[in-house]
Design a protein around this ligand. Structure first.
Ligand code: XMP
Ligand code: MG
Length: 186
């Protein structure tokens, strides 16, 4: 079989490069400026950044190092118990420690797909009296959306492909890749 230049071979899979490390870094920096500009225009000086584990940890770490807005950080871990598709049945495995009442929340997600996960999270935090709910997602599979949920800030919109790297996993593997690639099982 012909090896493409941008293909990476793994034990059970081939990964085709979608975004290089450099492209990602450049976009994340711009995204941070967009976020700063938004909060500055709103006159908001401090936000609570809530990372959605596990996938968002790499993106969040890069993003915060470019943000000028004052942030405090917290994390949640959620799981939509299902087979391979999201079901909207979202379970909290880890919750925030801070009081979110009246706070300006910015959720940080690796990827939004059907939107079920973040829709459930949004409803949950609205019930707790969050002041403002915003969402930044590094990747957005907009064409896959099944519910009325939009990310306020998006790194890259991508087609309906399964991607790995930059925090995104297949079966918990490949999160450490510094680039993002489409996964094709062998
Ligand atoms: P929903 O459908 O609720 O799902 O918006 C969001 C979650 O689904 C996972 N997801 C992916 N994970 N590569 C991954 O590694 C992908 O291409 C992908 N698409 C969706 C992810 O956990 C996200 O938080
Ligand atoms: Mg995952």
């Amino acid at each position: 079989m012909m090896m493409e230049l941008n293909d990476y071979q793994y034990e059970n899979a081939t990964a085709t490069l979608m975004f290089s490390h450099e492209e990602i870094q450049e976009r994340v920096e711009t995204l941070a400026h967009e976020i700063d500009a938004y909060y500055e225009a709103q006159g908001i000086e401090e936000i609570v950044l809530i990372g959605v584990l596990k996938g968002a940890f790499v993106f969040l770490a890069d993003l915060v190092r470019h943000l000028k807005t004052n942030v405090v950080m917290d994390f949640i871990q959620v799981q939509s118990y299902e087979g391979t598709e999201s079901t909207g049945n979202v379970q909290f495995l880890q919750d925030v420690r801070c009081d979110v009442k009246g706070k300006n929340l910015l959720f940080v997600e690796d990827i939004v797909d059907t939107g079920y996960t973040l829709q459930e999270v949004r409803t949950n935090f609205q019930h707790r009296g969050a002041g403002d709910f915003k969402l930044v997602a590094m990747f957005d599979k907009a064409e896959r959306r099944l519910v009325d949920l939009q990310a306020d800030f998006v790194g890259f919109e991508i087609p309906d492909k399964f991607v790995i790297g930059y925090g995104l996993d297949f079966d918990e593997k490949y999160r450490q890749l510094p680039f993002v690639a489409e996964l094709k099982l062998k």
